[in-house]
Design a binder for this molecule. Sequence first.
Ligand code: COA
Length: 373
Amino acid sequence: MYDVVISGTGLYTPPNSISNDELVHSFNTYVAQFNAENAAAIEAGQIQALTESNAAFIEKASGIKSRFVMDKDGILDPRRMKPRLPERSNDEWSILCQMGVAAAEQALQRAGKSAADIDGVIVACSNLQRAYPAISIEIQSALGVQGFGFDMNVACSSATFGIQTACNSVKLGQARALLVISPEICTAHLNFRDRDSHFIFGDAATAVVVERADLATSEHQFEIVSTKLLTTFSNNIRNNFGFLNRTADEGEGKADKLFVQEGRKVFRDVCPMVAELVAAHLDESSLNVRDVRRFWLHQANLSMNHLIVKKLLGRDASVEEAPVILDSYANTSSAGSVIALHKYQDDLPKGALGVLSSFGAGYSIGSVILRKK
Ligand code: COA
């Protein structure tokens, strides 16, 4: 068995950002158009008038101020309200591959490694753009990595589940190093016409090099002390998009083929589960929660993160202890906690303990205890 480290992390941030004001302006234009076009039916009580969204509500309820997106114009066009991402020929790299490669190149650079040092690619994310061939195998080819690749999906927890999977392979000597890549185009599965959720997602990609400790040379190493995962079934975050959709004509175009959630219930269910899992994980590892310098948490909702850390520490956490990236990225699903790790790690001294934790649909929760080397 080998000791395992994260030796480099990488981030791809899309070039365009949408503020709450811009998003709400587009939404409210759509609402005005809808209500005007359906005035007679609304008057007759046959359909309900739509209600406007509000930028102040969004920031207060979620902590989100803006989000990076792969296509801004398509989302903000009130007649369209979805990104425009044109099809590419099979001879071009796919868009998820392109984002993943950009994040992977930075992770390799920070790890001080090249494609020749990597024995495989795991793409771990919420939404894969096709059934096959696997995006990971395409990324392998684009980077020039030998070995194997496979895709896996555990929604928002995909990256931590991917890190455990990679860690175990490296520990067993099946690979010297693996890349865990999380390209997320969350705006493509977000219903921008749904007032309750139109603000919650953004796009980004992250990458992590998981490497044998005795081979790692970078200055950015974290020992993977331990990993712990949990899943428990819930319908409160659900997306029924899938290959069987075309066989059920009655479901075509329905809202459940995009992201749907019961936000309040998710909040209520998930916060205690995460706090309990992380506390148990630290306890099993004979570590004291008070010795944890940093919590890189999933980035969905600021109040959720405040509550989770408060349950763990018995007091409010500072932004140094629980860094926030959702204010400018929104929820980027599996990429969120890794973005926090990527952006907020270089100030930590040797020996500092941190917990990377994801949570989301499934429900799924991941906890990765890291120690700065
Ligand atoms: N603009 C203005 N008002 C809005 C609104 C909008 N865009 N969306 C909802 N509201 C209103 C509602 O109509 C409701 O009004 P009422 O009290 O008069 O009935 C009120 O705001 C509260 O709505 P609610 O949906 O209960 O808001 P919330 O406080 O739960 O916040 C979320 C919504 C989505 C921000 C929050 O539930 C959340 O983030 N949950 C966790 C989700 C999560 O982590 N998901 C993981 C995804 S992977």
